[in-house]
Structures are given as C-alpha cells and as structure tokens.
Design a protein around this ligand. Structure first.
Ligand SMILES: *Cc1c(COP(=O)(O)O)cnc(C)c1O
Length: 400
C-alpha cells in the first residue's frame, strides 16, 4: 500500500511507526491518516468538474474528529440517523449543507432535522405528512428532497440500493403523486436524491447510472412544485479490497459529470449537482492493527492468533455482505520488508470459525508480539462491527 511509507522495516502511519503507535495506544486500534484523506480528495477534485459538489456520507466512518476534518474538504455531509445528525451538527459544517436520508426516520429525528434546518431526503408518504405537521407546529420550514427508488440498477455493485423492490426511497412511478402532495402541503421542495448502489469498480457502470439518474430527475422535475435546486446523483465509487481488484478509473466519470453539468444548464437550470461518497474518501486512509498473541500449528497449517478480529472488523472477516470470503490486504506491520515469509492464517480471539482476518496468506514470519495490519480499513470498520460480541476489550481509534 503505497500511501504508507516503510522506514527501517516498519510501516509508518501519519508519521509514526506502527510499533510506536501500538506502544502508545495498546492494541488493537484503528488509525486514520489525515494526509491520506487530503491527498485522496485532492486527486478526486482534480478529476471532477468544479461545478460538482462533493458530499461525505458519514456512515462510512462517523468518528467525530474525522468528520470535523472532512468539513474543511467537502461541500456537505450526508447522514442517515439522528445519531449521525448530531455528529454532523457538532462538526462545524454549515447546517444548510447537511442532508438526512434513511428509510425509518422517527418523529424525534425529523423534528431535530427541521429544527436544525438540514435537507431531508424524504423516503415515504408518511414522512411527508409528518413533516407538514411538524413544520406547522414548530413554525419552521421543512426543506425536502425526494429520495427516488429508480427504475434501473447500478450494474456490478457490491451492494445494490436502488432498482426493483427496495425499502429505500419512493418508487419512481409514485414520485409525481408525492410531489403533488409536497406542493399541496407547502413544504420547501429542493430536489431529488438517487442512490443506486455501492462499492463499484467499473466506471462505465457508474457513468450509466449517473446518466439514467439525470434523465429520470429531468422527467420528474416536470411534476415538481418548485425548481430543482439540488440533484444528488449518488456515488458508489469503490475501492480495491481484494487480489485482482483494480482502482476505479475516474477519467470517464469526470468527463460524464462535466457533460451532465453542461446539460443541467438548460434542463435543470437552478440545480447544483452533488455526488455523495463514503468509502472512496476514507477507506484507504485507515488501517486496523492487532497483535499476535499465539502462534499455533494445527495439522500442518500455521495460525497466528491475535487480540483483534471479527468483533472489531467484521468486513475484513468476510461477514459484512461478501458472498465469498476473500482476504483484505494484510501485512506484519513491524516486519514490512520481510526476509522470510510463510503461508499462514490470521485469526482472532473469538470462539467462532468466522473470526478470520487472513486465510492462507503469505506473510512475514511472525511470532507472538508482532503486529498484524489490515489495510483498506478506514470505512465500515470500527462502527460496522459487533464490538460487544464475546466481551473482549474495545478497539481504540486515532486520527493522525
Ligand atoms: C451507504 C451510503 C453511502 C456511502 O456508500 P459508500 O459505498 O461508502 O460510498 C452514500 N449514500 C447513501 C444513501 C448510502 O446509503
């Protein structure tokens, strides 16, 4: 992983060697590098037209100090719960640039959002009715965009979140009726939100979904009670996790967004175009580190048994949406330029065969005390894991 230098055989994260960090923090821990996030966003901005607004979906990594760091780098934050809304409101981001999506917004969450003045991506007729009541009771406008469940899918996505029957958003064919209701109730309509899927490494699939989303929004805009001021085209930009994954090619996506921004000048003249990304911004900027506790040979297979595993990093164990378990990139961080290697499996401390961090991987020859580093761990790690399962100590998190 070229984003982290190796000095004297040690992986260096945010200017500190992995051994130094392990001594200071104790293991296991997640470390996120500001400089890697900054470089990633600069690279992305250079590939995208200036007119495109970039939002961070904080679900990917809601650590408050990391979210606060993002406010200086992106144009908005997208949240998906009242808890994430609280993190976003405390981050320093302009509240008008926060948007809130999610299929089961409860009344206190909607109220908090209206009070704060954030944009609500409404996902049902119920939400619209409730917002009208709340808005009247509070004497405050409710800013709404309609989250549309499109009539197409994002092809080759790790997770599909639109197209076909879905709990997310309102089916495109029912959106005209919802728009009518939004107009009748006098809510402040601002635009549309479409999110077709996640973890996609094929730029042609992303380009196609963005084009179809744009065309759908133009068709729906004809039914809207007010001009479209914001069109969130979603994201889905993937990162390479597994052997054979190639990084996403941004050039065709940038060219397509430039063409859409040009089209928008005539077809949606008041709209700004937004994309919302999670893992693409932060996933490669984080590592998970745990320590080898024991080294065992069982019937010819060597196991490094560690103090961390599935309970801190469900995704790396292969149990967070993967159909076939594959190894995340893993190294022995304090032996990052190894002279001797061997094929081993790295497992965690839980009494379940699901607790695997690396299966039959070639790693530096490791002993108890050595440090296992899992790359690509800046997104869907700490907050997406069953951290109380089996009652082991919690992982720490640091932003460097
Ligand atoms: C999960 C999610 C994202 C972020 O997805 P990534 O794959 O991390 O980019 C963005 N928007 C919505 C609506 C989501 O549900």
């Amino acid at each position: 992983m070229t984003q982290y230098p190796i000095v004297n055989g040690e992986l260096v994260i945010g200017g500190q060697s992995v051994s130094q960090l392990a001594t200071e923090l104790g293991t296991p821990f997640y470390a996120y590098a500001r400089a890697v996030i900054d470089a990633r966003i600069a690279h992305l901005r250079a590939a995208l037209p200036a007119a495109i607004k970039l939002h961070y979906a904080i679900k990917a990594n809601p650590m408050p100090s990391l979210v606060a760091h993002m406010t200086g780098l992106v144009d908005g934050l997208d949240v998906a719960s009242g808890g994430e809304l609280a993190v976003a409101l405390a981050s320093g981001m302009d509240t008008r640039e926060i948007s809130f999506a999610g299929p089961a917004k409860r009344e206190p969450e909607l109220e908090a959002a209206v009070r704060a003045g954030v944009l609500l991506n409404v996902e049902s007729f119920r939400e619209v009715e409730l917002l009208a009541t709340l808005s009247q009771r509070l004497g405050l406008p409710a800013r709404v965009a309609v989250r549309v469940n499109p009539d197409f899918e994002l092809k080759s996505s790790g997770m599909k979140m639109g197209g076909g029957p879905k709990p997310f958003g309102v089916d495109a064919e029912n959106v005209p009726e919802l728009l009518q209701r939004i107009g009748d109730l006098g809510l402040a309509f601002e635009g549309f939100h479409l999110f077709a899927g996640s973890q996609n490494l094929r730029s042609e699939a992303i380009v196609e979904a963005q084009q179809l989303s744009f065309e759908l929004a133009v068709r729906l805009a004809a039914h809207a009670p007010a001009p479209v001021r914001t069109l969130n085209l979603g994201g889905g930009f993937g990162i390479p996790y597994f052997p054979g994954d190639a990084p996403l090619d941004l050039a065709p996506i940038g060219a397509n967004l430039a063409a859409l921004a040009e089209l928008a000048k005539t077809k949606l003249p008041h709209a700004e175009l937004v994309i919302e990304l999670g893992r693409y911004l932060v996933g490669e900027a984080g590592v998970y580190v745990c320590r080898v506790v024991d080294r065992k040979v069982s019937r010819g297979q060597t196991f490094l048994v560690c103090d961390g595993g599935l309970h801190h990093h469900l995704a790396a164990s292969g149990n967070f949406g993967q159909l076939i378990r594959k190894n995340y990139p893993v190294i022995i961080g304090n032996k990052a330029a190894p002279e001797r290697t061997e094929t081993v499996s790295v497992v965690g401390p839980l009494c379940t065969p699901l607790d695997i961090l690396a299966e039959r991987m070639e790693l530096a020859l490791a002993l108890p005390g050595d440090l296992v580093v899992v790359f690509q761990s800046g997104a869907y790690g700490f907050s997406a894991s069953p951290r109380d399962f089996l009652g082991h100590p919690q992982a720490k998190e640091v932003l460097l």
